[in-house]
Design a protein around this ligand. Structure first.
Ligand code: CO8
Length: 257
């Protein structure tokens, strides 16, 4: 597929998607989402890809859903077309995916970052759910994922006032895994992704699946799920390689199987 609103690259076993709609601060319209979804489908199908980084520009990760495209949307069309359903492809992506966020991550942009496995933020990052200022509310997980990430008090504050939260507050609140200087954002995210992609692919995918299960089930069920997957790893070639390499004091060469 030819991409017009994103740039898709690979570096070793890492895939990178760069949102590239600078004039609109990477506002998310349907064409942009369709392109992201196509790139993710391709990366997911490609065994040579072990992790993905999604990023925007230095000024804006994504300033939200395209307000101009949404302005005249009517309820029957929103309902019948199930508006936004296709936007959660990132949340269903099975391989590890990191959001490298600089500048604005607002509305759907913040929601998109939260669909990733973790967020590395530049020190100029600004997160927010400003939908309330537009007469609506978050629609792609903002009220749910944000609340799980930072708790009720902060989530209510952000969703009800529409204020922005800087990188330091976001890290302190648990939304962001790491903050780095702007110039280090991409190298840091790519290094983290390359480290992850160097590990056993079944192991990283299963780890991600198990961590995500913690958000959807009870502790007892989650622990049972973890134990079952953990046992299944003894059927992988990479478990044999990883443990034998340790015993033989050499670096493991994973076959990602
Ligand atoms: N939609 C459309 N265009 C946008 C958007 C947007 N969300 N954000 C910025 N732009 C455009 C502006 O209209 C402007 O275009 P033009 O030059 O043609 O007038 C251009 O980008 C530059 O923007 P500004 O001049 O406003 O730049 P500033 O640096 O002065 O301000 C801000 C930057 C603060 C980010 C400001 O642009 C702003 O407030 N943007 C809107 C932020 C917002 O409200 N986002 C939430 C949108 S609603 C939403 O996301 C619902 C989620 C639905 C689910 C999504 C699923 C993933």
């Amino acid at each position: 597929m030819a991409y017009e609103l994103i740039i898709v690259e690979t570096e070793g076993r890492v895939g990178r998607i760069t949102l590239n709609r600078p004039k609109a601060l990477n506002a998310l319209n349907s064409d942009l989402i369709n392109e992201i979804n196509a790139a993710l489908d391709a990366f997911e199908a490609d065994r040579a890809i072990g992790a993905v980084v999604i990023t925007g520009s230095e000024k804006s990760f994504a300033a939200g859903a395209d307000i101009k495209q949404m302005a005249n949307l009517q309820y029957p069309d929103a309902y019948l077309d199930d508006f936004i359903t296709s936007w959660d492809r990132i949340a269903r992506f099975r391989k590890p995916i990191i959001a490298a966020v600089a500048g604005f991550a607002l509305g759907g942009g913040c929601e998109m970052a939260m669909m990733c496995d973790f967020i590395i933020a530049a020190d100029n990052a600004q997160f927010g759910q400003p939908e309330i200022k537009l007469g609506v509310m978050p629609g792609a997980g903002g009220t749910q994922r944000l609340t799980k990430a930072i708790g009720k008090a902060k989530a209510m504050d952000l969703c009800l006032t529409g204020r922005m939260m800087g990188a330091e507050e976001a890290e302190r609140s648990g939304l962001v895994a790491r903050i780095v200087p702007l110039a280090d954002l991409l190298p840091t995210a790519m290094k983290a992704a390359a480290d992850i992609a160097g590990f056993s692919l079944p192991a990283t995918m299963m780890t991600k699946e198990a961590v995500n299960r913690a958000f959807e089930t009870t502790l007892a069920e989650g622990l049972r799920f973890e134990r079952r997957i953990f046992h299944s790893m003894f059927a992988t070639a990479d478990q044999k390689e990883g443990m034998n390499a340790f015993a033989e004091k050499r670096k493991a060469e994973f076959s990602h199987r």
